[in-house]
Design a protein. Structure first.
Length: 320
């Protein structure tokens, strides 16, 4: 109860303060190309030019969700499925913009000698159970008529998957960048036998904002929204890409050439493309449809107990 009371007090305090007296908007982000791209605006001073104070705090991914749930952040960069998890178990957020969808960066990586999803039958797969990688694995198995009953799951933290595959403890792992590429490098002869490119729209990456912050500081979030699409327009110009990749690569400590591979597996959406993805539909081309699928997965695997009201998590108003 103390946790709940603390969140309520924080919300009331934020609403009571005039905007001029409020602290900067605080956004948690982590190592994913569609979120590291925010670094371009930070480097170039575009938030200052837009007249909005924003602080971006760097986290490991799971830690960023925990910080948001604890009330330390106004917003956090998450997948659409994990936005439901955070809302059901900690603190509600609304997806106000879509950065991208994964287009190859999430992978099922198999040891040498296994060259298809079918060949996983009877083997061991390391995956962080209940996370988006688990959902990708299920979709891969379903695509060839298998289920997880046809193999043994080994619960492995995503950042440990490269070492676990290299050790020979499992026949395959499931991970996202940079762990998926590290798994390929650390296990010579291994290969990606299924990726998010096989299932586009399964994993959307979004900016999820606390509803109370959206309500109280909408003008500021509008400026953040506009800055994001300045980044998107900048990256769409081929001449800008070397500089953009250099800025992003510096943030995570790799070479621009290496980061170019990560970026290639990330489908950054234009404003028009993202707006279309907010239209309600059953397929993965709809954020609603994709999130419904994630909700079914989360309930089935007891990530949380009750189905979520998916529409309550979506805010398309900035696109309108």
């Amino acid at each position: 109860m103390r946790f709940v009371a603390s969140i309520v007090f924080s919300v009331l305090l934020a609403l009571a303060l005039p905007v001029s007296a409020q602290t900067p908007l605080i956004v948690g982000y982590s190592d994913w190309p569609g979120w590291v791209a925010w670094e371009i605006a930070l480097e170039k001073g575009w938030f200052d030019e837009a007249g909005v104070e924003v602080e971006f705090e760097w986290f490991d991914y799971v830690a960023s969700m925990e910080a948001f749930a604890a009330g330390r952040l106004d917003a956090v960069c998450m997948t659409n499925g994990d936005t439901l998890v955070t809302g059901a178990t900690g603190r509600r957020a609304q997806m106000m913009l879509i950065n991208d969808f994964s287009n190859g960066n999430d992978m099922v990586v198999a040891r040498p000698g296994i060259d298809s999803v079918n060949a996983l039958a009877g083997g061991k797969v390391g995956v962080e159970v209940g996370f988006v990688s688990h959902l990708l694995l299920l979709r891969a198995l379903e695509s060839v008529g298998l289920s997880e009953d046809d193999l043994e799951l080994v619960n492995v933290r995503t950042n440990e998957t490269p070492m676990v595959l290299a050790s020979g403890e499992v026949d395959a792992i499931v991970a996202w960048q940079p762990n998926s590429s590290q798994s390929l490098l650390m296990s010579p002869g291994s290969s990606a036998i299924f990726t998010s490119r096989n299932d586009p729209g399964l994993i959307y990456d979004v900016l999820a904002v606390a509803p109370e912050s959206l309500a109280a500081r909408r003008d500021e979030w509008q400026k953040v929204f506009d800055v994001w699409y300045r980044i998107v327009d900048y990256l769409a110009v081929p001449e800008n890409l070397p500089e953009g990749l250099s800025i992003m690569a510096d943030r995570v400590g790799v070479s621009p050439a290496e980061y170019a591979e990560f970026f290639e597996g990330t489908n950054i959406l234009t404003k028009a493309q993202a707006k279309a993805r907010y239209e309600k539909g059953e397929g993965l081309e709809s954020l609603w449809g994709s999130t419904r699928l994630a909700d079914d997965f989360n309930v089935k695997y007891r990530v949380y107990a009750e189905p979520q009201d998916v529409e309550a998590y979506l805010d398309a108003s900035f696109y309108e």
